[in-house]
Design a protein around this ligand. Structure first.
Ligand SMILES: [Zn+2]
Length: 274
């Protein structure tokens, strides 16, 4: 590729930064400086508008594509909050069940002790008396064990109730805020669908009035370039789509012939900003 000749370089500098008498940059093409640029032609303006709408559609479609994963992530967080609440409830229920069981056991053992004590009053033989005495001692030991455990459990139940109240407050609040986020995603989805529908309508209307050469050139770019942008400015003789240097022919086609021009590296439509 040949470097730009001095005249073209001066022209580019001049177009980027209009020369003033004090700038010291010689304006070699004063007449070109005043001509109507490709960028300002109504056909090109229409193309830029179409490009802008296409990009908005692509952006909205990309965002729509991300919504299912975003929803899934939020739903997983909601489930986690709910599971945490459920776990504290289960823990409390289990403790209460155990405490009730111990209460019943204590009552049963107590009754048995009373029964054996009554029996003891009636026995005549010392061995029988001693045997009952041992049995009563065993029952009392068992009851004392149950009572100790029940006391421990009652303390745990108090803690667990406190934890549950806190958990229900904190986790339920978080779950509610996450539910709100889900609702916002639903709204966003609706907005994006509406936006895409609206933009497609606008594009359809614009197609009718668009210059056919510009339109077919643009459609060609969309076929060869995978991702937008499809229409890009040239800066410092570089295509800002692919960042590669464009040939002097490309610059001349834009600035002198003022034709719809493609980057000779990536195929995007290129123009020069004022
Ligand atoms: Zn390019």
């Amino acid at each position: 590729m040949e470097p730009l000749n001095m005249g073209m370089f001066a022209l580019l500098s001049c177009l980027r930064q209009p020369a003033s008498p004090s700038s010291g940059v010689p304006n070699l093409f004063p007449s070109l400086h005043k001509v109507h640029m490709l960028r300002d032609q109504p056909e090109f303006q229409a193309l830029l508008l179409l490009h802008g709408r296409d990009r908005r559609i692509i952006g909205s479609e990309t965002e729509l594509g991300c919504l299912p994963d975003a929803r899934k992530a939020i739903q997983a967080k909601i489930d986690l909050e709910r599971d945490t609440i459920a776990a504290t409830q289960t823990e409390l229920r289990e403790l209460e069940t155990r405490s009730n069981f111990l209460g019943n056991e204590i009552a049963t053992v107590e009754a048995k002790i009373a029964q054996q004590k009554t029996k003891q009053l009636a026995v005549k033989r010392n061995e029988e008396y001693q045997a009952l005495e041992k049995e009563i001692a065993n029952l009392q030991e068992k009851m004392s064990g149950h009572e100790d455990e029940q006391l421990e459990i009652l303390v745990k139940i108090d803690d667990s109730r406190e934890t549950m109240v806190l958990a229900e407050g904190k986790h339920a609040e978080r779950a509610a805020s996450l539910e709100h986020q889900l609702a916002e995603l639903d709204e966003r989805e609706k907005f994006l669908h509406d936006e895409i529908t609206g933009l497609k309508e606008e594009i359809k209307d614009a197609y009718v009035e668009m210059d056919s050469v510009f339109l077919s050139g643009y459609e060609r770019v969309k076929k060869v370039v995978r991702r937008p942008p499809y229409v890009v400015p040239v800066e410092d003789q570089k295509c800002s789509g692919c960042n590669l240097r464009v040939s002097n022919d490309v610059v001349s086609s834009i600035l002198v012939e003022k034709k719809l021009t493609h980057c000779d590296q990536c195929g995007r439509i290129v123009y020069v900003e004022r």
